[in-house]
Design a binder for this molecule. Structure first.
Ligand code: URP
Ligand code: ZN
Ligand code: ZN
Ligand code: ZN
Length: 467
């Protein structure tokens, strides 16, 4: 354990401020900030001094949506908690919230215990869990109360994937009513899975088997319809709602309308929807399979509406939905039948850099970058101000970020356990230099200096973002 660390000379950026300040770290926490060059800052002594001149000093990223080792379509997401959290650290993310899964016929507790065991002593950075609720019944509803008390304060339900994770409207309403009472936050996968399954069957019967048909059957209108329905069910239940992986502009419009009515309705989008499109899904030679995820990638015109939603706060969070499957042997399971391609994209390592590129490109401000990638996910899921900011008392989860370094994203150089990059060849400006997790250097000037097991399970309070 490094004792006192001082980071000198950087531009400290949080969701609310940009200040030239030195940062004092003591016992794994932020002890103080003081304007660089002032007597107060100069007086600090420390075991270790880090020079951040010309660099940004930002809170570690909080990725509120990952799926390490998720079982899906007869295979498992290819990143383990060890490889996935190491890659996250490389990309400047210091907290993930992954999804424990309740299987049908089993309890929430069994699912949570299983995911706790998978992550235990494996993670390079801190982690928490949401709970995927696949089987709403009286026992499950009671268990939700217990989980909220224990720090698992958010529950994902699916309007998609009938026969797997799917909940019907009655099950959704019951879970929402429960969360209205116990303070939990329902996270919704909003796609009309019943209608989509009909369209899948019809497409395959016509011989439309290529990856691009995955995007065609999972229609934007069916995302919008489900988003609207989820909002109305939440309104009836008097519960807040967080819609995950929003990709359709029509769904953003539904969220915006609900928010204009004053409802506690929130939306998350992901880098793949901001930077990739149906053009990628249409790549020949089955390459399109690399871009199969749900909700699907959309035509390019949706991107502008997603950026707009991020600027107007109709979308509040950018998470990755990191759920990698290798091209060889995993995505290939769907050759000849797009519905058998495991759903999900890698990205946990790329998010902070891609969103910095969005700053460079003029889509968002620097402070908004930190807000959507660090502060709001921490607030939304009850981790603030321990995570998501640089302030006295916060965990010293800190990234020294070089805003001028150029890089090219590639599977050759990334650290995720997957044989392709969704952003292969993409040039970005900005790069993570050094990453501290509770004061421990896990990346030091672009060397991995962390270890599996440094990261600890982090229980969460209820949502801190309600109006
Ligand atoms: O395609 C995706 N998003 N895979 C992960 C599971 C989910 O629905 O989030
Ligand atoms: Zn999910
Ligand atoms: Zn989902
Ligand atoms: Zn997901």
């Amino acid at each position: 354990m490094v004792g006192r660390i001082v980071i000198r000379g950087g531009l400290v950026i949080t969701a609310s401020d940009e200040i030239h300040a030195d940062v004092l770290i003591e016992d794994g926490r932020i002890a103080a900030l003081a304007a660089s060059g002032t007597p107060a800052a100069e007086a600090w002594t420390a075991e270790r001094t880090m020079d951040a001149t010309g660099k940004y000093v930002i809170p570690g990223g909080v990725d509120a949506h990952t799926h390490m080792e998720l079982p899906f379509g007869g295979t498992f997401a290819s990143d383990t908690f060890e490889t996935g959290t190491r890659a996250a650290a490389w990309g400047g993310t210091t907290t993930i919230i992954d999804f424990a899964v309740q299987s049908v016929g089993h309890s929430l507790r069994e699912g949570l215990d299983a995911w706790m065991a998978k992550a235990d002593a494996q993670c390079a950075i801190d982690y928490g869990f949401h709970m995927i609720v696949s089987d709403v019944n009286q026992e499950t509803l009671k268990e939700m109360d217990l989980l909220v008390e224990e720090g698992v304060t958010s529950f994902k339900q699916f309007m998609a994937y009938p026969g797997v994770f799917y909940s019907d409207d009655g099950q959704i309403l019951r879970a929402m009513q429960r969360s209205a009472e116990n303070g939990g936050l329902i996270m919704m996968h909003a796609e009309n899975g019943i209608a989509i399954d009909v369209l899948v069957e019809q497409a395959l019967a016509r011989g439309e088997t290529d990856p691009r048909y995955h995007g065609e059957v999972r229609k934007a209108l069916l995302e919008a319809e489900a988003t609207h329905r989820a909002i109305k069910l939440a309104q009836v239940a008097g519960a807040p709602l967080y819609v995950v992986h929003v990709s359709a502009m029509e769904a953003v419009a539904e969220l915006a309308r609900a928010r204009d009515e004053g409802l506690n309705v929130f939306g998350e989008t992901c880098p793949q929807y901001l930077f990739l499109s149906t053009d990628n899904l249409a790549e020949p030679d089955f390459e399109g399979s690399k871009y199969v995820c749900s909700t699907p990638l959309r035509p390019k015109e949706h991107q502008a509406k997603l950026w707009q939603g991020l600027r107007t706060n109709d979308l509040q969070v950018v998470s990755t939905d990191h759920c990698p499957f290798c091209f060889v042997g995993q995505k290939e399971l769907g050759r000849g039948d797009f519905s058998k391609i495991p759903n999900g994209l890698p990205g946990v390592e790329n998010r902070m850099d891609l969103l910095h590129q969005a700053v460079v490109d003029g889509h968002i401000s620097r402070r908004r970058w930190i807000e959507i990638a660090c502060a709001t996910p921490a607030r939304m899921f009850g981790l603030y101000p321990k995570k998501g900011t640089i302030a006295p008392g916060a965990d010293a989860d800190v990234v020294i970020y070089d805003p001028h370094a150029e890089q090219v994203m590639s599977a050759e150089t990334h650290h995720m356990n997957v044989d392709y990059s969704a952003y292969e060849g993409k040039r970005t400006t900005g790069r993570v230099e050094t990453v501290l997790s509770r004061g421990e250097p896990v990346i030091t000037e672009r060397e991995f200096t962390g270890r599996a097991g440094h990261g600890v399970y982090t229980p969460r309070s209820t949502c801190q973002y309600l109006t």
